[in-house]
Design a protein around this ligand. Structure first.
Ligand code: UDX
Length: 432
């Protein structure tokens, strides 16, 4: 099929590359001229495992092209995906300026039936607005359909998630749109749920909000574990084996971050409020997440007594492993809190050093975990990158000033760390 994807950000690029890999002819569009010229030369603006090769392979086979003109893309495409950013405004509401702009430009470029698929994370009722915008700006009485097809891709495993989804959600209004979407996704082996458009929009909000709730719930449980001597990892395992609960998203730690959960939670609370409903649970989820960072800060304070002038090695800067994304990263928040207390910070991240240099000032950037830990009074593990799981703690013991490990993601076996001569502090690890 001929497809265009408007917006070559994270979602747009992954979706475009994966749809091209399935055999479609895909045009990725963006109004950022520099980004498009880079993409044409094979320079990918984000780090996502496997994306580089996928884009290069499909570009070479001419199944994936990059342009700046919406008009040109609309001319040649049967399906048009909207995947532009919806950044939060000051009040937490999603900024839909980009979506409106794109919808207007699509309308002005259409010369016949098109299927328009909304993929950006948007408030419920946005598809309705897109429909109204298209009808307003269409030159003739051209027919079109709108579909809501939310994405559930996780950074760091987005290509796997696209090709092995648990489900695909499609909000449709016509049989024709349903058939086109069925054909598009027929190569993926998973349930396709057809709903009305509002339900599809809400599924996205409700899913992300529920996952964030699970994390804040287990983080709250971790506090009780610390107070009682229970180990949150054992508690999570015991809970997760109940099929009604499920074992995923029960890892306690320094809290969730990223470009989705904090933003989507705000947007969902905002939508609810506008509709006259106070979604109280979500307020508690957000507050618990903020407090979790302060709780880990307090653990460091309790161990070091005085933070001022202490050297803290922070391992991992991204909000999760396998990405170079620093947006709303709890690691960065903790660094800023520690800096405010007068700590000297040394940092290392396997993929985000370049991005970090733009946003972190007054810290020492190191080439690896050992260099960062040299002379440290405390090592804070903030992101669970694979390479940190392999660290040699007897080697670290010889180079730190004080052997103290704060395991902000609970990835280590406390006994092994203690055997290597370190004091171990986890999150909810009981009598560690
Ligand atoms: C999320 C959703 O999972 C995805 O479906 C949606 O499309 C976009 O938002 P992403 O933000 O890439 O994806 O990462 P995810 O793996 O969901 O992790 C989000 C945050 O939660 C990370 O900071 C992670 O460290 C944290 N987390 C996750 C926990 O603290 N504990 C857990 O058990 C799981």
């Amino acid at each position: 099929m001929n497809i265009s994807i408007i917006g070559s950000g994270y979602v747009g690029l992954v979706t475009g590359a994966c749809l091209a890999e399935l055999g479609n002819k895909v045009t990725c569009v963006d109004n950022d001229v520099k980004k498009i010229s880079n993409l044409k030369e094979g320079l990918i603006p984000i780090y996502e495992p496997g994306l580089d090769e996928l884009i290069k392979r499909n570009a070479k086979n001419k199944r994936l092209t990059f342009i700046t003109s919406i008009k040109e893309a609309v001319k040649t495409s049967e399906i048009i995906f909207i995947a532009v950013g919806t950044p939060p405004l000051e009040n937490g509401e999603a900024d839909l300026t980009g979506i409106e702009n794109v919808a207007r430009n699509i309308a002005l470029s259409m010369d016949g039936y098109r299927l328009i698929v909304e993929k950006s994370t948007v408030p419920v009722a946005t598809c309705n607005w897109i429909k109204k915008t298209l009808s307003t700006y269409l030159k003739k009485n051209i027919k079109f359909d709108i579909v809501s097809n939310p994405e559930f891709l996780r950074e760091g495993s987005a290509i796997y998630d696209f090709t092995h989804p648990d489900r695909i959600v499609v909000g449709v209004e016509s049989i024709k749109a349903r058939q086109i979407m069925l054909k598009l996704y027929s190569y993926l082996n998973c349930p396709i749920i057809f709903t009305n458009i509002q339900s599809a929009e809400l599924i996205k909000h409700a899913s992300n909000a529920f996952l964030a709730t699970k994390i804040s719930f287990i983080n709250s449980v971790s506090r009780i574990c610390d107070l009682t001597g229970a180990d949150v990892k054992e508690v999570a395992q015991g809970m997760g084996l109940d099929n009604r609960i499920g074992k995923y998203f029960l890892h306690a730690g320094i809290g969730y971050g990223g470009s989705c959960f904090p933003k989507d939670l705000e947007a969902f609370m905002n939508i609810s409020e506008k509709l006259g409903y106070d979604f109280e649970i979500l307020k508690a989820v957000r507050e618990t997440n903020e407090k979790q960072k302060l709780y880990v800060l307090q653990k460091i304070k309790d161990a070091l007594w005085i933070i001022k002038d202490k050297t803290i090695a922070v391992l991992g800067l991204t909000f999760k492993p396998n990405t170079d994304d620093l947006r709303n990263s709890p690691s960065i928040d903790l660094i800023n809190l520690l800096k405010a207390e007068g700590a000297k910070i040394k940092v290392y991240d396997p993929k985000a050093m370049t991005n970090a240099k733009n946003i972190l000032k007054g810290v020492t950037f190191c080439q690896d975990a050992y260099k960062a830990s040299k002379g440290a009074d405390c090592i804070l593990l903030a992101t669970e990158w694979g390479e940190f799981k392999e660290l040699d703690f007897s080697k670290l013991k010889k180079i730190v000033r004080r052997p103290l490990l704060v395991d902000g993601r609970n990835i280590y076996n406390p006994k092994l760390i203690k055997d290597a001569g370190f004091t171990y502090i986890g999150v909810g690890r009981g009598n560690e």
